[in-house]
Design a protein around this ligand. Sequence first.
Ligand SMILES: [Zn+2]
Length: 103
Amino acid sequence: MKQTLVYTPSPLMLAAAGIMITVIVATLLLLRFLPVQTSRSRIRKCPSCGSTRIDLYMGGYLGKIYSCPDCDYRGPVVLEFEIPQEATRSKSKSKSKSSASAE
Ligand SMILES: [Zn+2]
């Protein structure tokens, strides 16, 4: 019995790594080109009573069902409003992590 300690990466592993990298890059690109939801805030309204405290009751591949705590409405229909935010708020200055104490 011979035991070889030399590790040679199999072409399968190399292919898997390549696929993973491709998927990650594609995901990043997709995220970049998708409409970013952080620039807009959405408000959901209950179609029955108009409350904005609508909650997601159930969500899946077939659709979503929302529930309203104010009037016990439960259904797939909600009113959605998009509120464009001011562009002046996009700069974040609150990064207070300083890497001090390196002696
Ligand atoms: Zn309601």
